[in-house]
Each structure stands twice: as structure tokens, then as C-alpha cells.
Design a protein around this ligand. Structure first.
Ligand code: MN3
Length: 203
């Protein structure tokens, strides 16, 4: 038997009001406790359907459940990284090896940031900075929903949720101001840690 952990909603790594004024306590509460929780619950339900079908040898509904797993793992994993990527003491710019890599792969920090902001303005889901282990480079990704536009095999190191539930209550249709606020709370230490994980595995 293989061992795997059941999906769980991770606690926020800070208080619900910690990201104010950039993201309100109300939005963080709804977003974490209701939206993120629903992805965990729906993932659990889909996994149960798959397991029951395997045991029963009847696979009606399994394809839909596989789709649900894809959608909800995307939602669960990207939200988990999104919470980790922010901190009330965040902001500023990346430093050290991560900074060097961004400059090498995007020409400059400003080149990366301008591209990432464009991705955030365009996505119907997420803007991601990912490490692509095949080409061994950082890439920006425009992801619709939670899973459309992913680069296969790549590992997200920075995750920005631009679903409307992420910002509409605080900013209305002004997504650009929300993205500006996100940059005020990015915890670059966590981005650097995810990047280091990629280096340890793939370089
Ligand atoms: Mn969300």
C-alpha cells in the first residue's frame, strides 16, 4: 500500500487582518476559510469517488472525478502557495541567487515584473512564476481556472490569485491596484525557498 496524506486546509501563516490595508481581514477570511476550504473538500470527495469506483470495479463517473481532482488540486496547491508567498513584513524586491536568476532569465527585475503584471491582468485565474525543470529556466505563466496554461512539470514558486473573489470586495474592478498591493506583501524569502527546492531537485 502506498502512503499518501489526505488533503487538509493549512492554517494561515499570519492573522486574518495581517495583510491590511492591502488585503482586508474580510477577504482573507472568506478566501481562506470558505474558498480554499471548498477546494480541499471537493478534492477529498473526488478522491473518495475514485477509490469507491476502483473497489467496486465500476468506473462510471471516474472521468468526471479525475477532472475534479485536477481542478481542486490546482486550487488547493496554488492557494497554499499564495498564502505562504505573503507576509505583513513582505514587499521590496528579491535578493541573492533568486534575484540573479530572475535577471538572467528575464533580462532584469523590471522585465520580469512588467511581464508578471501583464499575466496578472490577463489571467482568468492565476499569474505564476514557475521553475521549468526541462529547460531549466524561470517562466511566467498565465493560468485560467486552476490548471489551464500550466507548463508541464514546472514548479510554481510565486502564486498570485486574480480570481474576482481575491480582490473585488476590496478593489472593485481595479485589479491593477490589487496587484500593486500584492507586491507590497510578497514574502520573497518564501519564493527563494521554493526556488532553492527546485535547484536541489533539478540542478
Ligand atoms: Mn482564490
Amino acid at each position: 500500500m502506498s502512503e499518501h496524506s489526505n488533503p487538509e486546509l493549512p492554517p494561515l501563516p499570519y492573522d486574518y487582518d495581517a495583510l491590511e490595508p492591502h488585503i482586508s481581514e474580510q477577504v482573507v477570511t472568506w478566501h481562506h476559510d470558505t474558498h480554499h476550504q471548498s477546494y480541499v473538500d471537493n478534492l477529498t470527495a473526488a478522491e473518495e469517488t475514485l477509490a469507491e469506483n476502483r473497489e467496486g470495479g465500476e468506473f462510471d463517473g471516474s472521468a468526471a472525478a479525475i477532472r475534479d481532482v485536477t481542478h481542486n488540486t490546482g486550487g488547493h496547491y496554488l492557494h497554499t502557495l499564495f498564502w505562504e508567498n505573503m507576509h505583513p513584513d513582505g514587499g521590496g524586491e528579491p535578493e541573492g541567487e533568486l534575484r540573479d536568476r530572475i535577471e538572467a532569465d528575464f533580462g532584469s527585475y523590471e522585465g520580469w515584473k512588467g511581464e508578471f503584471e501583464t499575466a496578472a491582468g490577463d489571467a482568468s485565474g492565476w499569474a505564476l512564476l514557475v521553475y521549468d525543470p526541462v529547460s531549466k529556466q524561470l517562466r511566467n505563466a498565465v493560468v485560467d481556472n486552476h490548471d489551464e496554461g500550466a507548463v508541464w512539470g514546472s514548479h510554481p514558486i510565486l502564486s498570485l490569485d486574480v480570481w474576482e473573489h481575491s480582490y473585488y470586495y476590496d478593489y472593485g474592478p481595479d485589479r491593477g491596484s490589487f496587484v500593486d498591493g500584492f507586491f507590497e506583501v510578497i514574502d520573497w524569502n518564501t519564493v527563494a525557498e521554493e526556488y532553492q527546492t527546485c535547484l536541489d531537485h533539478f540542478e
